[in-house]
Ligand binder design. Structure first.
Ligand SMILES: [Fe+2]
Ligand SMILES: [Fe+2]
Length: 251
């Protein structure tokens, strides 16, 4: 089994960052001891170097390996340079060999713009990596900050990927198992033609809608099943979906 903690939208800053929610999440996730933590962007509120330094200190509290991609807030104020200085590459491939899981992290940001865009070069790189996943029968996860499909309860649609149509076609035609993202601060799950599109809420931003609370998702992948939970930081754990793996063999 592989257990992934999917966190998003920390928004570390002196205004709008809920430190107590973050610390609660650290305790909970460390107790879960996941195989990996994937952070889908908006580590900072403004992309300032000092905010990245601060978020790096916060992220050190997690005991599991953590892999992050930037969000639109991180791409402000030449934040992508700061991200690469302090956090790591903006796009990457992660292979969990013993479990046959591949995670591709994509950078969907453009400096100082809130809109999302993957771009042709990254798309081709992703398709090449996904071709290998198909050949090697790997379970594939694609992580990107922006949503490729609109999210309910978020008002007028904006900031969706400029190239959402091309990216959707690409991930669906390459049998991607799960696409994960954040950005809208609203947890959600869509299933489209065999691919799950899972959004995490915000882990620690006060920017929430209605009575929403800060949260993170957990993804459990076994040989046969995928279980996805929404873990609200008020203590409620909700099953978002339970699915049979597309490659599961009937016994
Ligand atoms: Fe955000
Ligand atoms: Fe965002």
């Amino acid at each position: 089994m592989v257990l992934i903690a999917h966190i998003s939208d920390l928004h570390v800053s002196h205004v709008g960052f809920n430190e107590s929610a973050f610390l609660r999440a650290v305790d909970e996730i460390n107790a879960l001891n996941p195989d990996m933590i994937i952070l889908t962007g908006d580590l900072t509120e403004n992309g300032y170097y000092a905010q990245f330094e601060e978020s790096k200190e916060y992220l050190k509290m997690f005991e599991s390996n953590l892999f992050a991609i930037p969000g639109n807030h991180d791409a402000r104020n030449i934040g992508k340079q700061s991200f690469e200085d302090l956090i790591g590459d903006c796009s990457w491939k992660l292979t969990k060999d013993d479990e046959d899981v591949v995670v591709l992290g994509l950078d969907s940001t453009t400096p100082d713009l809130d809109d999302g865009n993957i771009g042709k070069l990254q798309q081709l790189w992703m398709e090449n990596e996904l071709d290998k996943c198909i050949l090697e029968n790997k379970f594939s996860i694609v992580a990107m900050h922006h949503h490729a499909i609109p999210i309910p309860r978020t008002g007028r649609e904006r900031n969706i990927l400029f190239d959402a149509g091309d990216i959707l076609q690409s991930v669906i035609s390459h049998d991607v198992d799960i696409v994960i993202g954040g950005h809208k601060h609203v947890p959600n799950l869509w299933k489209m033609q065999g691919t799950l599109f899972v959004n995490a809420g915000s882990l620690s931003s006060y920017k929430l809608r209605g009575k929403d609370v800060n949260s993170y998702n957990t993804i459990e992948v076994t040989d046969r099943d995928i279980e996805i939970y929404l873990n609200k930081l008020d203590g409620n754990k909700i099953l978002l979906g339970n699915f049979k793996r597309r490659d599961a063999v009937d016994l």
